[in-house]
Design a protein around this ligand. Structure first.
Ligand code: ANZ
Ligand code: ZN
Length: 811
């Protein structure tokens, strides 16, 4: 008689054994094909593991264990994205040093993850806040610096008054700080930037072509929505630069437009408040003081307010100057208005109120002429803005051309006359990496009064983060207040110099961490080239959909920079990307401490066991979907595991003679294999439940079949599978077993008759292979002469398909 299923005992036993045997360690020596499966490494927050983490880690653990069973050498590591604001803010509140708190949190995360039976290679753990790691983060900074990809400049930057630090554009969401939701303001500071914009388009290096951030998307298997988000963020737009001469002056105003075809409709020109014409006071304006007053008002507004379509447009006419339309020779007024941004295009636009919404609104307010130069089918009024492409009218020699043709012809015209040129613009800006915070990797630069900006020599890395620092935010970097840190000798002349006191954005730490897993303890290089060759790129990467832009874009940039300079031979870091959906609270809301609806995985493991939790989370629904938690529903997976446990009792050595069961089992192998490859884990679990029920109906279960079931189950519920495998008399781990093969003999195609309807009327019955897809069914039905008769010459509006039952053609 088999003992009762005690999850806690079983799980503890196997977790200890796996650890003792280093069961999940990836080996360089192995000649098996490699597979690198990676989770976005967590920030070790004080709240501990979230059930959302559990979903992510279980999914990739299933895939990793499955790949091992398929004979791959799997690298499945974990680490800690340990620098960052929360630990620093906690320190400010409580006085506990960020290092201490972070390491407590890491210990807690480690314990929690181990209790779930996730098969990480614990010998490769990395911690971005350790000097062994951030030495290489600093090395990357120097690598970029030496190749002209890191530079310092004075810039208007996003400043969070509450976090007291600069934010990257990517960290400003709808005008507020992504982290604390405080409204972001602009500040003018000297800051470090990485030249991510150099990598938007493809590049040639000595040895290879490096795909750009845009075209590289084509070769990676990522969710379409994530690719779209990246494209949108990069914001490539094709247009033209056009020079508008200023009447009676040498200077001209250059504008960027994507609609040069509308230029005959241009009735005024607008420059941004930041435009040189205004800031350098190029020309004498008759209303200088009015303009200055306006600039004061603009300073109070955020970029969001300025670009918000629903906001009232404001501006001031520049009295005393006029711009000349190069095509018409007509002089038009010039305005300064804040709906035009200083940091996009040329900071100046040709305004075409008839065809641009913002211009129209402004023109109405300031009573400027509206001239139609594009006709679009159906629409034509001065009230409605005709923003679509169409055919040119009132456009001289260009009349009758389509917008597309006109853009080409007019751009050529401009180029011939040297009045303009084709131009591609991007929304993406260089990556601002300076942060005025303590808990981050110090920027390895020294400033010397004689020699200027000097990189810290590589042999002096790491530039260690001092521990004796008052890290309370004052707007100034806390490191400026540590004399031991701050004062340094110039590496070039040896005179007294000072260190850069800003630290790096934590996204720099996470932009390269996946590379470190190939060789986490290397003290001579960020990783050995041979080991990088062995493990990289990442085959499957998984994490939350909130990382569609930031982290993923930065990681791709670093990879491309390394590839360009020959340090690695691949130009995309993550070949396949998956996002898990959010796990919501029982009430369907987001889990949050303030709502008191957070589920702690520790409690669930304690009550039901890790295997049940893993199964439950994978059974909640499709991986990518948002799903609401329901503790009561954990009973289902738990009972299923209890059933499998009891089935072990019925196992006999003899082989199965039950053909139906054999067929079902092999269909299940086929389906489970296919579904795991596609990350359809919920359907795998239902298949396993069905086949278990069928097996359990027998008075005895063939050992061979039961073992097949155990292997199929093992990636999902590894502890119980190991235990029962051992009960079956095995001395080696189930994960050393071989993934079952489908015996095609059992899968000889069966057919079903489906009903074929045309407009809901029965028109025949046709025999097709069972479980045909809609496409397969359609192609057979359409070949049938009788059916063809009914639909001849008519347009098919839609086809309704019920698998194995019905196909209805709607005309
Ligand atoms: C004339 C025009 C006529 C335009 C028309 C549009 C429609 P994207 O696609 O985002 O690149 N623009 C250019 N620089 C700007 C700036 N610094 N601030 C605000 N707006 C700016 O948008 C390009 C279009 O945005 C340009 O094409 C310009 O307006 C405007 F019927 O030029 B267009
Ligand atoms: Zn010097």
């Amino acid at each position: 008689m088999i003992k009762q299923y005690k999850a806690k005992e079983v799980e503890k036993k196997w977790q200890d054994l796996w650890e003792e045997r280093s069961a999940s360690q990836a080996s360089e020596q192995s000649d098996k094909e490699k597979c690198f499966v990676l989770d976005m490494f967590p920030y070790p927050s004080g709240d501990g593991l979230h059930v959302g983490h559990v979903e992510n880690y279980t999914a990739t653990d299933i895939y990793s264990r499955y790949k091992r069973l398929q004979g791959f050498e799997v690298l499945h590591p974990i680490g800690w994205d340990a620098f960052g604001l929360p630990a620093e803010n906690f320190a400010i509140k409580t006085g506990v040093h960020p290092d201490e708190k972070t390491h407590q949190n890491i210990a807690n995360f480690t314990r929690q993850i181990k209790s779930l039976g996730i098969s990480y290679d614990w010998s490769r753990v990395i911690d971005t806040s350790s000097p062994e790691y951030y030495k290489w983060t600093q090395w990357f900074f120097l690598f970029l610096y030496k190749n002209g990809l890191a530079y310092r400049k004075q810039a208007s930057v996003n400043w969070c008054p509450s976090c007291q630090t600069v934010l990257a554009n990517e960290q400003v969401v709808d005008g507020v700080c992504e982290r604390c939701k405080t409204e972001v303001i602009q500040k003018n500071l000297k800051q470090w930037f990485f030249k991510i914009t150099d990598f938007i388009e493809d590049q040639k290096s000595q040895s290879s072509d490096v795909s750009g951030l845009l075209s590289g998307l084509e070769k990676i298997d990522w969710p379409e929505s994530t690719k779209k988000a990246q494209q949108h963020w990069i914001g490539r737009s094709e247009g033209a630069l056009v020079k508008f001469a200023i009447s009676g002056q040498e200077e001209c105003i250059e504008v960027f437009t994507t609609r040069v075809d509308t230029i005959f409709g241009c009735t005024y020109v607008v420059v941004a408040p930041e435009h040189e014409l205004i800031t350098n006071q190029w020309l004498t304006l008759k209303n200088q003081s009015e303009v200055q007053n306006y600039l004061q008002d603009v300073k109070k507004k955020t970029e969001l307010e300025r670009t918000d379509l629903s906001q009232n447009k404001t501006g001031v006419k520049l009295e005393g100057i006029e711009a000349v339309n190069p095509f018409t020779g007509e002089a038009v007024p010039v305005y300064v208005a804040d709906y035009v941004l200083g940091n996009y295009g040329t900071g100046a636009v040709m305004a075409v109120p008839a065809h641009d919404e913002r211009d129209l609104e402004f023109a109405k307010k300031y009573d400027l002429p509206i001239k139609i130069s594009i006709e679009t089918v159906g629409k034509n009024s001065k009230e409605e803005c005709l923003t679509d492409d169409g055919v040119l009218v009132n456009s001289g020699e260009f009349d009758g051309l389509t917008s597309e043709e006109a853009r080409e012809k007019m751009t050529l015209w401009l180029e011939e006359k040297k009045l303009g040129a084709k131009k591609v613009n991007y929304r993406l800006r260089d990556w601002l990496v300076s942060r005025q915070r303590y808990w981050g990797a110090p920027i390895p630069i020294i400033y010397c009064d004689t020699c200027g900006e000097q990189p810290v020599p590589e042999s002096d890395l790491p530039v260690s983060l001092p521990t004796d620092v008052d890290f309370r935010p004052t707007g100034e970097s806390p490191l400026t207040r540590s004399e031991s840190f701050h004062d340094v000798k110039c590496p070039k002349c040896g005179e007294k110099a000072r260190r850069e006191s800003d630290t790096m954005d934590t996204f720099v730490c996470s932009s390269w961490y996946y590379l470190r897993f190939a060789d986490p303890k290397n003290a001579e290089a960020f990783a050995d080239p041979e080991k990088l060759k062995k493990w990289l790129p990442v085959d499957v990467y998984m994490g939350g959909a909130e990382h569609t832009v930031l982290h993923l874009l930065y990681a791709r940039f670093i990879t491309k920079a390394l590839c360009k300079y020959g340090l690695i031979d691949f130009d995309e870091p993550f070949m396949k990307l998956k996002h898990q959906g959010m796990v919501l609270a029982e009430d369907g809301r987001k889990m949050s401490k303030s709502l008191g609806n957070v589920v702690n995985p520790d409690d669930v493991v304690g009550q039901f066991g890790a295997d049940s939790l893993r199964l439950y989370e994978m059974f909640m629904g499709p991986l990518e979907d948002a799903k609401a938690w329901k503790t009561d529903n954990l009973v289902g997976p738990r009972r299923f595991l209890e059933k499998v446990w009891r089935m072990a009792e019925k196992v006999t050595e003899k082989t199965s003679e039950n053909k139906t069961l054999q067929t079902l089992l092999h269909k299940t192998i086929q389906k489970v294999t296919k579904d795991i490859e596609e990350f359809h884990f919920n359907t795998v679990i239902s298949s396993l439940m069905i086949v278990s029920n069928e097996m359990d109906k027998q008075s005895v279960i063939a050992k061979e079949n039961f073992e097949t079931l155990l292997i199929l189950l093992s990636p999902f519920a590894p502890h119980i599978a190991e235990e029962l495998w051992e009960t079956m008399g095995h001395t080696k781990s189930i994960f050393k077993a071989v993934w079952p093969k489908v015996n095609l003999q059992y899968l000889k195609e069966e057919t079903v008759d489906i009903v074929v309807q045309v407009n809901g009327k029965l028109r025949g019955k046709i025999s097709i292979a069972s479980d045909s897809t809609q496409k397969e069914a359609e192609s057979i039905v359409m070949q049938d002469e009788k059916i063809a008769m009914y639909i001849q010459g008519k347009e098919i509006k839609k086809i309704i398909f019920v698998p194995n039952r019905l196909l209805n053609i709607v005309l």
